[in-house]
Ligand binder design. Sequence first.
Ligand SMILES: Cc1cc2nc3c(=O)[nH]c(=O)nc-3n(C[C@H](O)[C@H](O)[C@H](O)COP(=O)(O)O)c2cc1C
Length: 183
Amino acid sequence: MSMKKRILAFGASSSKNSINKQLAAYTSSLMKDVQINLIDLNDYEMPLFSVDIEKESGIPEKAFLFKEQIKSSDGIILSLAEHNGAYSSAYKNIFDWTSRIEKEFWYNRPMLLLATSPGPNGAKRVLKIANEAYSYSNKNIAGSFSLPSFYENFSNEKGIVNDTFKNDLLLQLAQFEKLLFTK
Ligand SMILES: Cc1cc2nc3c(=O)[nH]c(=O)nc-3n(C[C@H](O)[C@H](O)[C@H](O)COP(=O)(O)O)c2cc1C
């Protein structure tokens, strides 16, 4: 009997009603035969990163816990919130702290990068930033997908209701699954 592949899924936002968390949850729910671990960034809240705090008190325990979530996964589905064209502060803070533990960050886990926003640009700017940045450290980025105008294209019951976007996501997801199951 083989163990099911474990998917770490999260929205890179601390909003309780994060649309990115919804997109990450929905996308992972389209996969078959996997175990989904949907985490909430509020469980990893830490002081605002500072080299001085690090010197005085070390890296917070929650950074190690977050790191462990990455390490113990077989693949990652991450949906990015865009704040002023960049990462949300909540996500950036976790990322900064966790990056202080060791050089290796994503452990080359197959990764699907998503992003959505209520506007027509679908958080494409932050998606581009992440895609470029993580491509250096992770050779297994399966693809990226941006869903524009979230509230028009997504329904709680049906998920993505626009066929073009849905098909695009399924294509990216198939690439992700290919990487995941051939590893
Ligand atoms: C401080 C702030 C800055 C924002 N900047 C952008 C932006 O640059 N581009 C964008 O598409 N949406 C922007 N938005 C709207 C977010 O896309 C929207 O709040 C979205 O719900 C965030 O994703 P989340 O629900 O997963 O947190 C911004 C929202 C806030 C609160």
